[in-house]
Design a protein around this ligand. Sequence first.
Ligand code: NDP
Length: 493
Amino acid sequence: MSNQPPVTTTDSGCPVASDEYSLTVAANGPVLLQDTYLIEKLAHFVRERVPDRVYHVKGGGAFGYFEVTADVTEWTKAAFLNTVGKRTPILLRCSSVAGEEGYPDSDRDVRGWALKFYTEEGNYDLVGNNTPVFFVRDPMKFPDFIHSQERMPDTGLRSNNMQWDFWTLSPESAHQVTILMSDRGTPRTWRHMNGYSSDTYMWENAAGKKFWVKYHFKTEQGIENFTDAEARAMRAEDLDCHRRDLREAIAREDHPSWRLEMQIMPYEDAADYRFNPFDVTKVWPHEDYPPITVGRLVLDRNPENFFAQIVQASFDVANFVPGIGPSPDRMVLGRMFAYGDSSRYRTGPNYEQLPVNQPLNEVHNYNKDGPMRYHHNGNQPVYAPNSYGGPKADPQRYRDPSWFVEAGEIMRTAYEAHRDDNDFIQPGTLYRQVMTPNDRDHLVDNIVWQLNQGVERFIQERAVNDYWTKVDPDLGTRVAQSLGLGTSQPGNG
Ligand code: NDP
């Protein structure tokens, strides 16, 4: 075998004469328009980017597998989950939310947890976070929330004032903000954090029985977080610490793994459950729905091409396989539009033909053509119904997952409240019953540090009186004292 490198060519495969020199008139003369290789090289160079994701821009990921470790067929007919020991190839992308590409990995933020299961019945995408809850419960507020975490329109600077203004005017965010301001807001690595569906989904078994479910991927490396000071020090040491850590761990065959635990709620429980189980700002307490271990996720292969396999990877909340579906969780229903639409915008309507996004099974439908399409079905009918053997849906075998809704007037309104629905109960429980004294000290310090970064006084006061004091009076008092503010009693606003 020859050790000679391949000859450089243009993108159309024609050999070129130089990797170093442009075509010029004499040594000191002008560069010529007829240097088509130079022109192709420069023109291609300025088109190297696709539009960023609007959020979750900076991330990293790896391939691996999911293995079923317990029989779940009583709850779902999903083919990839139907046998203990069955393995399905997966891609996991972890990310931060607010920062752009180049932003420090260690900064305080929620981390995205986007999974693609390449199953025999098509791709199943589960797009969650490293926290079990979310900031808002209605997709109408989602763009506003993201805007409040990004940059000011006039200065181009991030703004704590804007963040805390939005959060303190959106009490449903209190649970997520409590977790974000705890040390879980600065995970040490992606390997040392959990992943959650956060949202509620439906599982349906072969007999058509339905269940509401939440997914919890528990790190087998153990939870490890930076303190706030460590996270800020890491900014100077390594902007890419999380991306690097994952890559290096897999390269040295220290394959990270997570245990999948499911919370499973019988379909009928939802209507009368004490909280609205579809409200993504709340967890289902473990004593009500104890987590059941059903599988294991392992990452064992780094991407060979970061752009092709991670930047262009698409995760679409709407990609369900038979046996899994959405729930009345409004955030799921809104996200089912936005994620596929983001991919169509970023990489075009044929993004699912890119190798990283392609399902393992064959695709048959009547979509055709469009930019960059390269799989064509050949001479097949392009319309349905047809008399020429085109693909045919099977409505008996594949029904849309469904649930019953009470008939009512079309309206814009909040979810109907269940008896214990309250934005502050669960973060209060977290503060009082789950956090250690050390966790609570860090939480107070982190909140105070964040509120001291350019947040106007009236917003600090609102954060104390209408937010943290309602989560827990002791927490409110401690934050107020550190900020040099007084408190009003909970509920007095
Ligand atoms: P449990 O005592 O059964 O569970 C508490 C859970 O909190 C733990 O299992 C752990 O879940 C998580 N946790 C532990 N330390 C922290 C921390 N410092 N910051 C954030 N989460 C932590 O109680 P409940 O199920 O009744 O939940 C009580 C509170 O715990 C909830 O209000 C919620 O704030 C929080 N929580 C609950 C979860 C749930 O799904 N029920 C999940 C995560 C948090 P894990 O191993 O998943 O991290």
